[in-house]
Design a protein around this ligand. Sequence first.
Ligand code: ADP
Length: 232
Amino acid sequence: MLIAIEGIDGSGKGTQARRLHEWLPTQGHSASLISFPRYSDTHFGATIGRFLNGEFGQLDQVDPHLAATLYAADRFESKSVLVDQLASHDVVVADRYVPSNMAHQGAKRLGKERQKLQDWISKVEYDVFQLPRADLVIHLDLPAETAQELIAKKSKRDYTDKAADLQEADRDYLDSVRQSYLELASREEAWRTVTLLDGDRLRSIEEIGEEIAGLATQAITAARSNSDSQGE
Ligand code: ADP
């Protein structure tokens, strides 16, 4: 089963993906972790690093179809790694996956145009590149303002010499990506949203982790009973 951890930059995806990956074996499920974009592992990942550093222009200067193609190509280039991981483990945890592309690039369009662009991305990733769909998408939701505070705590990354890359530094952009994620969550069946604020308080990493573990357990149990009933 493929579980994708999604949410805006700074929402704690990396932290929670690592936790879930470590927790699953304690429940008897072998698990593997993959993180997109694969900046230093793929040819296209390196180009995404350049895009996020502003080498091809500011965010609104690069057509979202072109930006989306880079992210999709990074996954296409990683397909055999992902397929091998799925074949050799019970669960693959992905820190970002196709929904990131739909949310981020979709955020650059409004209304019907947004959905049209998201449908186009879905066609490229799932139909043209034949990438597997996630069985469960765990969507971490928090306001852009809180996310930016968490981004400031992040350690230096390989692909950028800046503390925050082009996307992370732009509050309005992060806000529209959040909206775009919330819209997707409301219409996609495999999505579960985890609300990170409890009133004004940011829930602890452990508290959020427990909710995520519960969602993963539910999905694994449902998949098991599904395959059992198909086997009968
Ligand atoms: P993302 O992968 O979504 O960009 P990270 O997992 O890198 O986010 O988290 C960003 C920073 O915020 C890290 O320093 C992480 O330790 C911290 N962090 C994540 N979740 C929480 C939380 N619930 N409370 C406090 N700090 C957090």
